[in-house]
Each structure stands twice: as C-alpha cells, then as structure tokens.
Write a protein that binds this ligand. Structure first.
Ligand code: C5J
Length: 220
C-alpha cells in the first residue's frame, strides 16, 4: 500500500479508497471583482495554490482516484443564504449584488465558476455548498461512503475557512484527512500556517499535513 509522508506521522492509503477534494477554487475567490475582493482581500495571495492543485489533480486523475470539486455559493433567490452571512463583513458588494463577474457568490454566475486551470472533467462530481464546510447541506457524505472512500486529500481555498471547516467536518465523520499545504492558500498567510499547524498538532487532532510533492511521489 502506498505510504504518504506527512505530519505528524506517515499514512498508508489505498488510492481506490482515497479522494482528492478541491475546495472552492472559484473565480469569486481568486479573481478581482469577486467575493474575496469585495471583502477587501488581496486575491493574488491565493494564486500560489493553483500550480500545486493542478499537479495534484493531474496525478490523481492518472492514478484513477476520485476527484471532487466544491463551490461555495447560493441560489439566485438567496433562499439558502442566512441573512447573518449576507449582512456580515461590511463588504463593498454583498452576496447577490451585481459585480463584474455577475452576481456575487451566486450559482450559475461567471464568478461562481471554478478557474479554468482546474476545470472539472466528465465524471468528477462538483458539490455546490451554501456553507463553509463541504458536508453541510450537501450530498458529499453519501457520495464518499457509496464509493468506499476513507481518506481525503484536501486542497483549495481558503485554508482556515472552507478547507479547515471541511476537514473538521470530515474528521468527525471518521474520514482520515490530509491537508496538502502547498495546494491550499489564504488571504492571510499567518492564518494559513496556523490552520495547518492546528490540523497536525496533538498527534494529528484533525488529521495530517503533507504537500503535493510527497502525495504525488506516493502515487508513483
Ligand atoms: C471564504 C472559502 N473564505 N472558500 N470561503 O469565505 O474559504
């Protein structure tokens, strides 16, 4: 069985029981004029994760692993968007407002789409999630269980928000999670580092931390 070198310990994993989960690599977070920018963030800070995500995506596809993409966003009528979320953050544009890539964080708008470099291909499920965690109000859990998935390699943005929330949710559901450090990114680099440290601290309280170099090597 392949061994993934990681902190706090090596992890044996069966590729057929492992999924690569790429969180929210959407134009709304990575490009100017989207949700991330509306909150006052420098979106260029997220670009460091794109090339590692792409390399991991390529390796996972070659290995025949399940690849799942997620997108954060809401229905056009905002019926699944809590008012507490819409109102928070004093953004220059709120969820549902019209921006240069369409309505902010709304399903079907250009900004809601995954960036071209990481576009899903036929057969790769895309999970549309209204929350930060990918398990909340989605079909992700049965999708993983029905395929016998036990290990999640997690990449995407942002490390301390949607990546971390998803890892916490998955950990409580019994999945072994590995955060791929270089394939995750945050608008706040200190939070990226802290979020990763929280995953692997205390003997792996939420899971493991590795990187795409080590994960791709383990799949060879
Ligand atoms: C945020 C996310 N940061 N995908 N969403 O609001 O992490």
């Amino acid at each position: 069985m392949p061994v993934l070198h990681a902190e706090p310990s090596p992890l044996e994993f069966e590729p057929a029981q492992t999924a690569l989960v790429i969180i929210d690599m959407q134009r709304d977070f990575l490009e100017p004029g989207g949700f991330g920018a509306a909150l006052g963030n420098d979106v260029s800070l997220l670009h460091a994760a794109v090339v590692p995500c792409r390399a991991m995506l390529h390796a996972a596809r070659l290995a025949g692993m399940l690849v799942i993409h997620t997108r954060e966003g809401h229905r056009p009528d905002l019926s699944d968007a809590p008012q507490a979320k819409v109102a928070r953050g004093a953004p220059s544009m709120r969820i549902g407002d019209a921006g240069p890539m369409g309505r902010i964080l709304i399903r079907g708008e250009a900004g809601h789409g995954i960036i071209a470099a990481l576009a899903p291909i036929e057969g790769e499920p895309v999970i549309d999630k209204p929350g930060k965690g990918a398990f909340y109000a989605t079909e992700l859990e049965p999708m993983l269980r029905n395929r016998g998935i036990e290990v999640l390699l997690v990449a995407g943005v942002t490390t301390e928000v949607c990546v971390h929330t998803t890892i916490r949710e998955a950990n409580d559901r019994g999945f072994r999670c590995v955060a791929l450090a270089d394939a995750c990114a945050s608008y706040i680099p200190a939070f990226h580092a802290a979020a990763l440290a929280m995953v692997s601290a205390q003997g792996g309280i939420f899971g493991w931390v590795s990187d795409t170099g080590r994960a791709i090597a383990a799949l060879r």
